[in-house]
Ligand binder design. Structure first.
Ligand SMILES: C[S@@+](CC[C@H](N)C(=O)[O-])C[C@H]1O[C@@H](n2cnc3c(N)ncnc32)[C@H](O)[C@@H]1O
Length: 365
């Protein structure tokens, strides 16, 4: 793999569909707004302009309100230029990002509400440098850094590390330690002394909860069981199933904190310190809506696109290219159709509650 490459087949839905389908991700970001404002207030600006980054921004729709709040807050105190660098992996749908940021969609951009606010788009991965050294005041990222730089192995009998055991789990853990260290070291170089990172990452909380496992059916086990059934029914091959392992890792609080607390770590030596970390659960907005409207079919229809927005590309990419594309698409459609039926049949059992670690990190002077 080259310097800027990344595990294949992990793109979000394009054309702005990502933000339309992921109301929950926006709720997660909105919850972080006070944390971001507090972090900014603690930074002593020594240059003429603020520089921020939004790493793993997808189409930028889910963080528009956060950045609107940041700019409004800063404008209440001064008129410095503000630059936000929106970064995502190069295969992201940057057309959708540009259109959303520049007001060509139904999303309400903040750029035309203020003077001297600049948005730049970057195709640099957060595993590589995104900005020049000593230039970043606050780096932000939400729901993105669980994507590993590469898949360390195919997991036996599961599609996600939450179901991995033994050697498979160990290989995922090793990859995750090295990736987390790399992300932090890249940011340590970019940050100005006194600069901050506010990172909101999927994780495993103190009760063992994680995305889609906050009560009811475990979403990842359900993905897995449905694909295993497809193998038994000879809809897909064993080899295709193996390729469906998602290149993700969910750290727990200790794993996130370790390099920031260990005085001998490279990250600590590079000047990064943990200010604080907490876990938060944001309920699945579609399951919450269902409690109000009580229509199971409507819930199932609204819920499936949020799942598809982030895992369809991996599952589709694992299907053999010896199959005609239409056959692969049919398999994927049937898979999510089956899932939709399961949700409609047992609506109170399904949902994708979000479990995140919210952390603030400082680069010491
Ligand atoms: C679930 S979306 C989150 C989007 C947005 N931050 C939010 O919270 O709604 C995850 C994003 O991370 C991006 N991503 C994955 N690996 C990345 C990498 N190495 N560098 C930058 N972005 C990455 C994906 O392309 C995707 O856009």
């Amino acid at each position: 793999m080259g310097k800027t490459s990344q595990a294949d087949n992990i793109t979000m839905s394009g054309d702005g569909l990502y933000s339309l389908a992921t109301i929950g991700a926006k709720d997660v970001i909105d919850k972080a707004t006070p944390r971001v404002l507090k972090a900014i207030d603690s930074i002593d600006l020594k240059s003429a302009a603020w520089q921020f980054s939004d790493m793993g921004c997808a189409d930028g729709g889910t963080s528009l309100d956060l950045w609107r709040s940041v700019v409004r807050h800063l404008r209440s105190k001064g008129d410095q230029d503000i630059q936000v660098v929106y970064a995502d992996q190069a295969r992201n749908d940057f057309n959708a990002l540009v259109k959303i940021l520049h007001g060509l969609t139904q999303f309400k951009t903040y750029l035309d509400e203020f003077e001297n606010v600049f948005a730049l788009e970057s195709g640099a991965s957060f595993y590589t440098p995104i900005l020049p050294a000593n230039s970043l005041h606050l780096g932000f990222s939400a729901t993105a850094m669980h994507w590993l730089s590469q898949k360390p192995t195919d997991i036996d009998q599961h599609v996600h590390m939450v179901g991995a055991t033994g050697k498979d789990l160990e290989q995922f853990q090793l990859q995750a330690v090295s990736d987390w260290e790399n992300i932090l070291l890249q940011r340590a170089r970019e940050l100005v002394p006194g600069g901050k990172l506010v990172l909101i990452n999927f994780g495993i909380d103190e009760k063992g909860q994680y995305l889609g496992n906050t009560g009811g059916i475990n979403m990842f086990d359900n993905f897995n069981e449905n694909w295993q059934q497809c193998v038994k029914d000879k809809i897909i091959t064993e080899e295709e199933y193996k390729g469906m392992t998602l290149p993700q890792y969910y750290n727990n609080v200790d794993e996130f904190s370790a390099p920031l607390l260990d005085k001998n770590s490279k990250v600590y030596k590079a000047g990064l310190r943990l200010v604080d970390i907490e876990t938060q659960v944001v309920p699945c907005p579609f399951a919450e809506d269902y409690k109000d409207h009580g229509n199971a079919t409507k819930f199932a229809k609204a819920y499936i696109p949020t799942i598809r927005s982030w895992n369809e590309s991996t599952f589709l990419g694992a299907l053999s290219d010896s199959r005609p594309m239409q056959e692969r698409i049919d398999i994927i459609e049937n898979y999510y159709g089956l899932y939709e039926g399961q949700v409609a049949n047992a609506p109170t059992e399904h949902g994708m509650g979000y479990v995140h670690a919210y952390m603030t990190i400082e680069k010491v002077v």
